[in-house]
Design a protein around this ligand. Sequence first.
Ligand code: CAA
Length: 389
Amino acid sequence: MTVAVGIDKLGFYTPGLYLDMTDLAHARGAEPNKYLIGIGQSKQAVIPPTQDVVTMAANAAEQILTPATKAEISMVLFGTESGIDNSKATAVYLAHLLGLPSNTRAVEIKQACYGATAGLQLAADFVRARPTAKVLVIGADIARYGLRSAGEVTQGGGAVAMLVTANPRILALDAISSYHTADVMDFWRPTYRTEALVDGKYSTNVYLDFFQQVWDDYQAQTHRTIADFSAFVFHLPFTKMGRKGLRQILPTATSAQQATLTAAFEASQADNREVGNLYTGSLYLSLLSLLRHGNLQGGERLGLFSYGSGAEGEFFSGTVQPTFQQGFDEDFLANQLADRQAVSVAEYEEIYRAQLPNDSRDVQLAVGQETAPYYLAGRQHEQRQYRQQ
Ligand code: CAA
């Protein structure tokens, strides 16, 4: 019998500040319901300069790793599209901060929001071939479109950390999945830019088109139908996007199935609605949100749609394990969101502009407000100064 492989543990970190989307709507002269309903976002994580993708990943990973587990990790796959270096991998910084063994393979994976899914699938294949191995997979990003841009309401940030093992506590992945790629200019960020370029409406159409293609292909490969699923989990650049994806396939379901899938979608978007886009981590925050707020039973099958602009899409599936509640720290996650502090639009704009400047100057950041275990203290001699407390 082949061994079950998948997500054993899931951690999530987002900084302690948020912007209320009603406040942003007022400041931008928009009708609040456009943001709250039309886009489907209530709050947006505000990322202070003392957090970058490496520190957020470390803060997420620390939740799920004991010293004994750290000693067993043989690979770190770090998906990000807001990395901090064009050569050195974020995974190497992370492995050092976490104190992982030196015989660890550590690399960064880039394909827009799809990078963590590539990492998850590569990790699962690695563990299928070596069932005692443990792999740490990260999706960490800061979504920046620019002040007063159309994409501003879809910003956000944070990190998801996943431990991939045999006999996982949360989700056993099916080996079959379907993927699709095409060279599309819907969203991209040339190396000289700190903010993404996006053809917004076009990107939403490509997302839906890719979803249909990989869903059709998955059904053809597996002979499964919508009736085989208890929930669909989506990459959520904003929650309305996943709602549109689900609506696209719902007409093929019975009305009872439609009610189940719609309720599951509501659970899966609850946390994303409070945090905004995480790019690579978004799909996995949505999975965590479903695990936390949904009505799942062990043995149920989930479908997951990953999309990375540019573009790559993948539909894959897995079976919820009866032990899934042991795979995340509910108290920590609930408190993390509940304890965040609101910032005004003026404060958000100031923080937005206060990121490390895109040049070689030394910078000493004000770190007095930082409570996270890992943070960025500044830059010296063109090297980021990471700290642990
Ligand atoms: N009450 C309720 N709904 C309202 C409303 C009101 N008062 N006013 C407007 N709306 C609705 C609109 O009807 C529309 O709904 P539908 O999409 O269902 O038609 C919705 O609010 C949004 O309105 P607009 O289309 O006019 O919004 P916009 O022009 O400001 O742009 C956007 C929206 C294109 C998503 C823009 O925010 C953007 O460019 N975001 C970044 C790109 C993005 O996230 N793309 C997603 C696919 S790409 C991807 O997934 C990868 C990734 O992570 C980036």
